[in-house]
Design a protein. Structure first.
Lengths: 228, 228
DNA sequence: TCTCATAATTAGGATGCCCTTATATTAACT
DNA sequence: AGTTAATATAAGGGCATCCTAATTATGAGA
């Protein structure tokens, strides 16, 4: 029987969102945060001030927001919980990607360290979530992988799917159905005019993916020469 | 990415609490609810009105509160989630009773049906939580078992521990340490004066349990003649 | 340099849940 | 029947988070 309130949840959503948007420590416009959280810019701005007051981020007016070390630690802890739960939901409960993501979004807010660590152990200390995103370690920093959005590839280029940016549940559902998985081999066959849909060869199967979708598929380029 | 609010959580705590207190459909005084939730009677009263407005309970002034069918269904669904999580936390993650209970208290609010059902399946459709409390089925009503608090037994009487009333985390910790488990065989050896501590033989080991504690241990009486 | 879209802030509210203090109502016991 | 203790309600607030509408400040491009 715990306290009825959950003051921390909002805070966690902000931190997680900021961390997700700013993949490499760039400044994140408050507008983006508001959009991602589906709240007004006024509210987002308000909250940004509060979080700044708590030392979790720094706001440069008219530029954007950057997490402090504290804020980044908190954010990574949330991402860790989220992705560990995703592993559990996908591997042990056998749920589809969309549900995996949605449920993890809720579970991430109610896992204290003891629970998270026990879960980590139970799962065998996985390094990646089912969508291929790295799981931050209990302490220490997440090392960054070099990735390219599928949308940046030209015709003829090949790569391996590293991970799916999982900000959007709908998109996960879509990609799940099309068997786009971390590890999938992908090759651009054709790009429709005006940066349009991509025809790709995905694990040998022909598929068509819109540009929007392709932006969320992160690739490790494979050098054409040195592969079979 | 879900909405930031959790309007449902308070409601769930009330319903669950009421269901736990009123073991057999008795009227539950608002005072008890307030006490169990550690809030003022004014606040509890307010909320009771709200819940009545939503058709989840009926309040008879100066008497108490009774869940409607709707309210009871909601409450059992919460207990179901709570106890299924407890199974997972205890059996799969190997956590101690107190943590099992505390974590389940949080997890119970973030499990939609799809998640709960998948968990149920994964656990092999258990019938009881680690503390021996029955797990309500996905639909249908929980059948009630006949139980006697250990505190009601007289010297010489014997029984088997059916379950631990788990309203209180501290108590679980205490009983966990003393190896009081569902299925344990117990026999009252002595009752100290003024309804004081019980000396009991628990699975062959001598223990002393306070009356308060004994009230939370629910027993199935064993007829002295027909057992070895 | 000037203009304009973008970003920030101010003002005024709403909601949900909680609080204390004070006052009314009722049940239950003498 | 009358007193008292338990219960309920009313009045006035607080806090966290969100909202809209209106205003101000800024930076970036023409």
């Amino acid at each position: 029987m715990k306290e009825l309130h959950n003051f921390a949840e909002s805070e966690e959503m902000y931190l997680k969102t900021i961390a997700e948007i700013s993949r490499h420590g760039n400044l994140v416009p408050v507008t983006y945060i508001a959009e991602r959280l589906s709240i007004s810019t006024v509210s987002a701005s308000e909250m940004v001030h509060r979080l700044q007051g708590r030392g979790l981020l720094e706001h440069t007016p008219y530029k954007g927001v950057r997490l402090t070390d504290d804020g980044l630690n908190r954010a990574e802890s949330i991402l860790r919980r989220h992705r560990l739960w995703e592993c559990f939901l996908a591997e042990h409960l056998g749920l589809p990607w969309k549900q995996v993501h949605d449920f993890a979004c809720q579970l991430e807010h109610v896992s204290e360290d003891a629970l998270t660590d026990a879960l980590d152990k139970h799962l065998g200390f996985p390094s990646f979530c089912p969508h291929g995103n790295p799981i931050p370690p209990a302490q220490g920093v997440l090392e960054v992988r070099e990735t390219t959005p599928l949308s940046d590839l030209d015709v003829g280029q090949e790569g391996v799917v590293l991970c799916i940016r999982e900000e959007d549940g709908e998109m996960l559902d879509y990609l799940d159905a099309r068997a786009v998985r971390p590890g999938s081999r992908v090759r651009i066959e054709e790009i429709a005019p005006y940066d349009g849909p991509r025809s790709v060869l995905l694990d040998g199967e022909k598929q068509v993916l819109g540009r929007e979708v392709a932006e969320h598929i992160l690739i490790e380029l494979v050098n054409d020469n040195e592969t079979e």
